[in-house]
Design a binder for this molecule. Structure first.
Ligand code: 5GP
Length: 193
């Protein structure tokens, strides 16, 4: 078991509806020592890739992306969730369905902060059905930039996102992949990596 799997086993709470709560260390209260180990591990796993910038999505991705950026020495851009219509032409816009909140959001990134030819590492806290990632990928593609890699803290391997993203040929690295979890029995099975 790696350090993140150990932490999930210790402090993660499995909820009904395939939701894992990790708010005591990952996405509400944040354990920065843990984030540093995650940043270091992303650097190791993407050592072969040239990375110019990290792209994430508010809110839970931002902390992880910022600490990771210290290991890549690159800026972080985060996609903003917005319900308002923004001035077309100035923004890249994608539609994203939220797994946890069951609603649709537009996510936007200013055109100023993504340029053609840049190599982008996308980082997020969770991968479930892959909607958030699809939105971010479409923004990178629209900018004429390149998805150099995708780094995820926790992938729920029993949902479709991971398989879909790997089938599309992206270099996806998830620090912990959960293959099975059950709220009633507390069963939690990680994929061997
Ligand atoms: P997807 O778009 O891949 O279906 O879901 C990814 C997003 O939904 C993540 O950015 C994360 O915020 C949220 N999410 C998905 N599954 C979980 C979960 O089990 N627990 C928590 N805390 N967030 C989740």
């Amino acid at each position: 078991m790696n350090f993140l799997e150990e932490r999930i086993r210790r402090d993660g709470i499995i909820k009904e509806g395939n939701v894992l709560k990790v708010d005591s260390f990952l996405n509400h209260q944040m354990d920065i020592g843990l984030f540093e180990r995650m940043g270091e591990e992303f650097r190791r796993r993407f050592a072969e890739e040239k990375i110019d910038k990290i792209l994430t999505i508010e809110a839970s991705g931002i902390g992880i992306a910022c600490i990771a950026a210290r290991y890549f020495h690159v800026p972080v851009v985060f996609a903003k969730k917005s319900k308002s219509v923004n001035i077309e032409g100035e923004m890249y816009i994608a539609e994203v369905e939220s797994f946890t909140h069951k609603c649709k959001n537009q996510v936007i990134v200013s055109r100023k902060f993504l340029s053609p030819g840049e190599n982008i590492l996308i980082i997020d806290d969770f991968l479930a059905n892959g909607c958030a990632l699809q939105g971010l990928i479409s923004i990178v593609t629209e900018a004429g930039a390149n998805v150099a890699g995708i780094g995820i803290a926790i992938e729920k391997g029993f949902q479709v996102g991971g398989r879909m993203i790997r089938n599309l040929g992206y270099h996806l690295e998830s620090l912990a992949i959960i293959d099975e979890m059950d709220a009633e029995s507390g069963k939690l099975v990680f994929r061997e990596q």
